[in-house]
Design a binder for this molecule. Structure first.
Ligand code: MN
Length: 241
């Protein structure tokens, strides 16, 4: 597996409230929100919680792995929520969090918010997560088109975030990886300005993961993206053990 990541403040924001982390087993992106240092703190606290979580051995059942990812994200939610309760300057902070736990050929994707996980297979992208946003809800019920959603004044309003409430519902999915697949995690700073076909083209043309993520971030900024932008990419080239 080859992994690369890139994160950029973008041309217009005063701070980068996106954060990522990865090792050979875990990929994570978080997009923090909240005034003062709130967004950065929320993203950091959430990522620290899931990266320090003790996950079960990869050969345990998918159900056990899914439980562990859910528990890690529930704990991350509580950590962010409690910290916001304790420190008045951080009141109202929250963060998205999208993670993938790699266990052999199994990937367990945990998700809250509007960051995304994608599977890149045979030249096309499949979105693995559902955006927990007001506009996505409106698209789903047929009240908005995709392009209307991108321009909508409520496009940044989330229906779920870590730290927003004491309890959170976590989406967890598993998938079977094949040699040649890639997993991409990203924040909305990428997907608000580049569509799936543009992203897929970059991943097809650039086999080197670092080159691919650097180009994606550059393209997002050139496209007039005003948000922070973060991409983590893992390419699975070899047979799985
Ligand atoms: Mn964002």
């Amino acid at each position: 597996m080859r992994i690369a990541a890139a994160s950029d403040i973008g041309p217009r924001r005063p701070t980068n409230q996106d954060l990522y982390w990865h090792d050979q087993r875990l990929l994570v992106v978080a997009d923090g929100m909240g005034g003062h240092a709130g967004g950065e703190v929320a993203a950091q606290v959430a990522i620290d919680t899931v990266k320090n979580w003790v996950y079960p051995s990869p050969d345990l059942s998918e159900e056990r792995l899914k439980e562990a990812v859910t528990q890690a994200m529930v704990a991350a939610n509580e950590e962010v929520y409690d910290r916001a309760e304790r420190e008045s300057a951080l009141r109202g902070m929250g963060t998205t969090l999208t993670m993938a736990l790699i266990a052999g050929a199994c990937a367990v994707v945990g998700h809250v918010g509007d960051s995304r996980a994608y599977l890149f297979r045979d030249g096309s992208l499949v979105q693995l997560t559902t955006d927990h946003s007001v506009t996505n809800e409106l698209v789903r019920i047929g009240g908005l088109t995709e392009s209307e959603a991108l321009a909508h004044p409520y496009r940044n309003l989330l229906t779920r975030a870590l730290g927003a409430e004491r309890h959170v519902e976590v989406d967890v999915e598993t998938l079977r990886l094949r040699p040649g697949d890639a997993l991409m995690l990203c924040t909305d700073g990428l997907t608000n300005v580049l569509d799936d076909r543009e992203i897929a083209r970059t991943l097809t043309e650039h086999a080197d993961p670092q080159r691919a993520v650097d180009l994606l971030v550059t393209h997002a900024n050139q496209r007039g993206g005003s948000d922070n932008v973060t991409v983590v990419l893992a390419r699975f080239e070899d047979e799985f053990e």
